[in-house]
Design a binder for this molecule. Structure first.
Ligand SMILES: NC(=O)c1ccc[n+]([C@@H]2O[C@H](COP(=O)([O-])OP(=O)(O)OC[C@H]3O[C@@H](n4cnc5c(N)ncnc54)[C@H](OP(=O)(O)O)[C@@H]3O)[C@@H](O)[C@H]2O)c1
Length: 282
């Protein structure tokens, strides 16, 4: 299959390329910077330089590649800027979908998020309602995720990968990552919101398997969603930091854990089943 991978240089994209090549697929991989083209070539991809905000250029490169499938792994998160990322999620996805429809591409695999479900008991499956009634920041996050998912679903066959929170090499939760710096500076505060983690290698493996999955959302997370009060002390100890402060804020739990039953039923299984093992493998 010929895959057009938008975001091929990112933390997950750069892991997807070699896996696709190993399975015999052809990959056209995007970057905004011509100096990264050689890196993509070294992974086995055919590089194409394009900015996702440039609607005409996106159309042009997709039409020229004529792929069987477009995979959207675009994010704008090197600097922690949720507004920039939400804008890219909305506009970048829109441009890729328009390009897919114009070029007659019938399959789309889209990077989405798992921490978007409304509060409720237990772990959330894919058919649970989304959290559209939270505070302004929460509504903005969930709204932008939903808008991008709805755009992606305009392509006839679309898999929505509702990923957990990445950790591992090249992420915020890596030995040289942003969150390690925050932990060592004593800036992490643990609360009872539940995080569903995902090792970035397991995220890449799921994206490759999703080439053949049926359309619809799939939660892709590890097996042990955990409250901040459980995972954060383990993370801090793993990176040689003091235990985090515990939040004294009185409020209900906002973020709910996510069930990975559907992904497991489709044949995917995390190599890193729990952040407990993953953090200590740092
Ligand atoms: N589910 C999650 O937890 C999750 C998901 C995604 C990211 N993150 C975190 O975010 C951090 C940064 O992620 P990252 O290293 O993947 O970097 P990133 O800056 O988020 O970039 C990801 C990909 O998107 C591309 N990109 C960004 N803006 C673009 C634009 N306007 N047009 C076209 N392509 C664009 C980048 O390409 P070029 O820069 O080569 O142009 C890159 O290939 C990491 O800590 C990662 O773990 C977390």
């Amino acid at each position: 299959m010929h895959v057009f991978l938008a975001g091929a240089t990112g933390a997950v994209g750069r892991r997807i390329v070699p896996l696709l090549i190993k399975e015999g697929h052809r990959v056209t991989g995007t970057t905004r910077r011509s100096e990264k083209a050689e890196f993509l070539q070294s992974l086995g991809a055919e590089p194409v330089v394009v900015d996702a905000y440039d609607r005409d250029r996106v159309r042009e490169v997709v039409a020229a590649a004529r792929p069987d499938l477009i995979m959207n792994q675009l994010t704008d998160l090197v600097v922690y800027d949720v507004a920039a990322n939400a804008k890219l999620r909305r506009e970048g996805t829109r441009h890729l979908v328009d390009a897919a429809l114009a070029a007659g591409v019938r399959r789309f695999v889209h990077q989405s998020l798992g921490w978007i479900y409304a509060p409720g008991p237990g772990l959330a499956d894919e058919d649970e309602p989304l959290d559209l009634d939270g505070d302004a920041a929460r509504r903005s996050l969930v709204g932008s995720v939903l808008e991008a998912e709805q755009a992606a679903a305009e392509v006839p066959e679309t898999v929505l990968l509702r990923y957990g929170l990445f950790y591992g090499p090249d992420t915020w939760y890596a030995p040289d990552g942003l969150k390690v710096d925050e932990a060592r500076a004593g800036r992490l505060v643990a609360n009872r919101d539940v995080t569903s983690f995902l090792h970035v290698d397991d995220a890449a493996a799921a994206a490759v398997q999703a080439l053949d999955w049926p359309s619809g959302p799939v939660n892709v997370t590890d097996d042990e969603p955990a409250a901040g009060t459980d995972w954060m002390p383990v993370f801090c100890r793993a990176v040689g930091a003091a235990d985090p402060a515990i939040s004294t804020e009185e409020r209900p739990v906002w973020v709910r854990g996510v069930a990975n039953r559907k992904a497991r039923g489709l044949g995917w299984a995390p190599v890193y089943r729990s952040w407990r093992d993953g953090f200590t493998a740092f």
